[in-house]
Design a protein around this ligand. Structure first.
Ligand SMILES: Cc1cc2nc3c(=O)[nH]c(=O)nc-3n(C[C@H](O)[C@H](O)[C@H](O)COP(=O)(O)O)c2cc1C
Length: 241
């Protein structure tokens, strides 16, 4: 069974099939994921939106880092990397835009943060609340080793100061793009991960992007159902050894 080949073939746009569809605005999925208000929230420092190393120097320095020192990094650096990944850069009356492009401006990707070693934040699984630039604690505890096991035993996820896990809420994109949405979520995630990698370098950190993992196990760690929302990509971030 060549699912990948079928996917590529069946999700192609062609002139005969495209057109004539109208969007049902009453059924547009919510832009943001929310959790019950009783879950603990942690505000993050306002990110620096103007400084940092010049772009070309960051591009030159970026490398996949897989060996991390087990040092505690500051919450400020975490804040900076999260904002670079998915922070808001423009708010209009109708829409909020982010650091990374997204097909149709639908932003189907959610960011979870598995914290191992960050000052003033206990280890645990958190969700990044984009509109308020804050983290919501989903479950407290050390999940680095679980994450590493779920990623085919890649130890860097245990040693990293924090890991970002990106999931797709597929209906947000399907609402407009139907099956083509499956192409776009991966493109969106790629943009987000590159922003993460460059911001990490700018903070004196390193990162490695991770696509090899047992999907169900990662879904379970971040608490998503694997159907409407499923993990698609991760980044381990820490101080290079
Ligand atoms: C989609 C994708 C998935 C990847 N998955 C992994 C992974 O699971 N484990 C890993 O060690 N590196 C992973 N990498 C990192 C690549 O191995 C790395 O980017 C490549 O060797 C080039 O090296 P560089 O990133 O240092 O330029 C992944 C990279 C991409 C873009």
């Amino acid at each position: 069974m060549n699912y990948g080949d079928d996917f590529q073939r069946l999700s192609k746009y062609n002139r005969e099939k495209l057109g004539g569809r109208s969007l049902d605005w009453n059924r547009k999925p919510d832009q943001y994921k929310t959790y019950p208000p009783e879950l603990e929230k942690f505000e993050l420092e306002k990110p620096d939106r103007t400084g940092g190393d010049p772009l070309y120097s960051l591009l030159q320095q970026r490398r996949s880092e897989r060996n991390f020192k087990e040092t505690t990094i500051s919450k400020r650096k975490l804040s900076q990397v999260l904002w670079a990944a998915q922070g808001i850069t423009l708010s209009t009356d109708y829409h909020q835009f982010r650091t990374a492009p997204s097909a149709g401006g639908l932003f189907p990707i959610e960011t979870y943060c598995v914290i191992n070693n960050v000052k003033d934040l206990n280890p645990g699984v958190y969700h990044y609340q984009v509109p308020i630039h804050a983290l919501v604690l989903l479950k407290e505890g050390s999940f680095g080793l679980d994450l590493a096991r779920a990623a085919l035993g890649q130890k860097m996820l245990r040693d990293a100061s924090f890991n970002l896990v990106w999931s797709a809420m597929i209906d947000r994109s399907k609402w407009k793009y139907e099956q083509r949405a499956y192409r776009y979520i991966y493109l969106d995630a790629g943009h987000i991960a590159q922003n993460t990698a460059l911001a990490a370098v700018s903070c004196g950190l390193g990162s490695c992007q991770v696509g090899a993992f047992f999907d169900h196990e990662i879904d379970e760690i971040i608490g998503v159902d694997g159907e409407n929302e499923f993990a698609i990509y991760m980044s381990a971030v820490g101080e290079p050894r």
